[in-house]
Design a protein around this ligand. Structure first.
Ligand SMILES: Cc1cc2nc3c(=O)[nH]c(=O)nc-3n(C[C@H](O)[C@H](O)[C@H](O)COP(=O)(O)O)c2cc1C
Length: 172
């Protein structure tokens, strides 16, 4: 039971992870608009613990690509958005990670609504310290994800979800 006439519901159902990008520039204004929308995510005590590094430069993209098995996606992306938790802004690790997750979902939905493709990359977390070193950022910034962004090279890819009935533990 979907509700396609709500813009938010439509974006939620239509968004898919995009791992191949067209060789085309992405406007900085669009990226900034998506990041601003991402920053309107909820956070505990409204502490807004997310921080972003925006990587356009080929050399830095290459250095990050070398740290993940999804290197082809990283290389084809027009821009990589590296998302960190600022440990100095943190008050409760679990809640702060949840807030950054909400921020990441806002980011993906915003990019989708701007006709950009993106994928949330978590596999690179195995090299979290190396990522920080490549970007010359201090230890207070803990890597949460890299979002690879570009104009989609494909559309209509499939995904699936478990039926909602299987996910509800109880209702009374
Ligand atoms: C925490 C997290 C980590 C993920 N890590 C990766 C990753 O490293 N590489 C990748 O290609 N996709 C990654 N994804 C994307 C998922 O594979 C994808 O969201 C899932 O298969 C559902 O597909 P959909 O986004 O198209 O609905 C990750 C997603 C999340 C939320």
């Amino acid at each position: 039971m979907k509700t396609p006439d709500s813009a938010v519901m439509k974006a939620i159902y239509e968004r898919r992870s995009v791992r191949n990008f067209a060789d085309a520039q992405v406007s900085r204004d669009l990226i900034m608009a998506a990041l601003e929308a991402a920053s309107w995510a909820p956070s505990g005590l409204n502490n807004q613990p997310w921080r972003f590094a925006i990587i356009w430069e080929r050399e830095s993209k290459e250095a990050l690509a070398a740290l993940t098995r999804y290197s082809a996606t990283f290389r084809s992306a027009a821009v990589l958005i590296v998302v960190f938790l600022d440990k100095e802004a943190s008050y409760d690790y679990t809640k702060d990670c949840q807030a950054v997750g909400a921020c990441l979902q806002n980011l993906l939905l915003s990019l989708h609504s701007l006709d950009l493709g993106a994928v949330w990359s978590g596999e690179i977390l195995k090299n979290r310290d190396r990522v920080r070193e490549v970007l010359k950022l201090p230890e207070r910034f803990e890597l949460m994800a890299v979002v690879a962004v570009g104009h989609p090279a494909h559309h209509n890819q499939k995904s699936h979800r478990q039926p909602i009935e299987e996910l509800i533990l109880l209702e009374k």
